[in-house]
Design a protein around this ligand. Structure first.
Ligand SMILES: NC(=O)c1ccc[n+]([C@@H]2O[C@H](COP(=O)([O-])OP(=O)(O)OC[C@H]3O[C@@H](n4cnc5c(N)ncnc54)[C@H](OP(=O)(O)O)[C@@H]3O)[C@@H](O)[C@H]2O)c1
Length: 331
């Protein structure tokens, strides 16, 4: 491990949060029994929030953000991982209360670390990252509630241009789903969404009513929602009898306006998704799928960036000007 190395550090002064690249030493890293040399990280919506004033992600400053990372083990106190072994970490407290992946090195508890599955590169793991892992959890939850590629079902992915949504469209396509609707806000995103595997593009202003109806025309059997807010509120009354909507995000707001009617008259299910504290025991099998049947990420929506380009990426995510995934190259 180098004595001095670079990290993106978020600091707070007089209630204002700022971030900058700093040369730091290992004293600044949070405690943990595994030291990892970070090769790649990624940029998620939550990482953008982490560098904002009142972003709600970081509680104590200074902090190094970056909720995802992949790299090689430098040392492991309990012997569970070997030096040089390729590993990945997503979620738990990484980049929130525990110094995260926007650093040349991290120190994390072994209980957060997964061996990189064979067939997946360190970079590919970060193309997927928390966004892709969350898309996978959403699909698994919808499938546990009856979504099936063998049935003729209408499926909708909201926020389809973003990290979670763009991976979800690709995973659904790879899983054999045919009627994949993608909800978008910008017409210029349509060609890329079609290339990812969406069969129909729906524009948000034509699909989401200004005020949600109590019950609307039944259009979708299963909805994978990442937007929340007005979008999720407007879609619940459009779900077929017995259908489900998974809900993982709040990019469009945290408040929902709904009635009990879709639930008590149509038996609609609302399925909460959390990737952060998803048990480590269940994670390996999902990452194995990313190395196998789901080894399909399109490079068309991936951009590689360096540490000094992160500020621009955060600004673009905040302004809704980005598409797909950003991979941070640390080595
Ligand atoms: N529960 C979990 O464990 C978990 C894990 C990962 C992410 N998340 C959450 O999931 C959400 C998405 O994350 P992400 O990384 O995919 O973010 P992202 O890349 O910024 O994507 C957000 C998407 O939402 C769309 N959107 C935003 N506001 C909208 C609105 N008012 N109406 C319609 N569409 C809107 C954006 O569309 P445009 O391109 O048109 O702007 C974009 O496609 C975030 O809230 C994030 O915190 C939760």
């Amino acid at each position: 491990m180098k004595e001095k190395f670079n990290a993106l550090v978020v600091r707070e002064k007089d209630g204002i949060v700022n971030h900058a690249i700093e040369e730091i030493t290992s004293d600044m890293l949070s405690e943990g029994n595994v030291v990892v040399e970070v090769h790649y990280s990624s940029v998620n919506y939550k990482d953008m929030l982490a560098v904002q004033t009142k972003g709600g992600v970081i509680r104590d400053y200074p902090m190094i953000p970056g909720i995802d990372l992949s790299g090689k083990v430098v040392s492991c106190e309990n012997g569970e991982f070997k030096p040089g072994q390729e590993v990945l970490v997503t979620g738990f407290q990484t980049g929130m209360t525990h110094t995260g992946g926007y650093s040349e090195y991290v120190r994390v508890p072994a209980e957060w670390v997964l061996p990189l599955p064979e067939g997946l590169s360190l970079r590919e793991a970060m193309v997927i990252g928390t966004a892709g892992f969350t898309a996978a959890l959403s699909i698994m939850s919808l499938e546990a509630n009856g979504m099936s590629a063998d049935k003729d079902q209408e499926i909708l992915v909201t926020g389809a241009s973003g990290g979670v949504g763009s991976v979800a469209v690709q995973l659904l396509k790879a899983s054999g789903y045919k009627n994949i609707h993608a909800l978008a806000r910008k017409e210029d995103e349509i060609p890329k969404l079609l290339s990812l595997g969406a069969s129909h593009i729906l524009l948000a202003d034509e699909t989401i009513p200004e005020k949600p109806r109590v019950l609307g025309k039944q259009r979708f059997h299963y909805i994978l929602d990442v937007v929340g807010g007005k979008v999720a509120s407007g879609l619940l009354p459009q779900i077929y009898y017995g259908g489900s909507m998974s809900m993982c995000g709040n990019a469009g707001g945290i408040k929902m306006e709904t009635t009990v009617m879709p639930f008590i008259l149509r038996g609609v299910n609302l399925l909460g998704i959390d990737s952060v504290n998803y048990p480590i025991q269940g994670r390996q099998a999902i990452w194995e799928r990313f190395a196998g049947e789901w080894h399909i990420m399109s490079e068309a929506i991936v951009k590689d960036v360096n540490l000094d380009e992160l500020t621009q990426v955060f600004d673009n995510i905040k302004a809704g000007k980005h598409m797909g995934r950003h991979v941070l190259k640390m080595k």
